[in-house]
Design a protein around this ligand. Sequence first.
Ligand SMILES: [Zn+2]
Length: 87
Amino acid sequence: MLTNLMEKVVDDLTEKALINYDDICKCPICVADIKAITLNKIPPQYVTRTKGVLFTRVNNLTSQFETDIIKEIGLSIEIVSKNPQHD
Ligand SMILES: [Zn+2]
């Protein structure tokens, strides 16, 4: 089974990033949009889901890489919060 490692990373980092925003919509539609926009900007990294590997790889991310993704998430949050896909 193949998993895009970035989905897990973006999931986690988006949840963390959203804590810092008080005045934006955090409904499932907007959160999914934020994650989709971010994932479309960063290259996927597919791994086979063997026991423990996913967890280990996620924890081995360099802080620079994490910082870059958090920056992209911030841009996605701005895009979605200014133009939510619902009323
Ligand atoms: Zn929303």
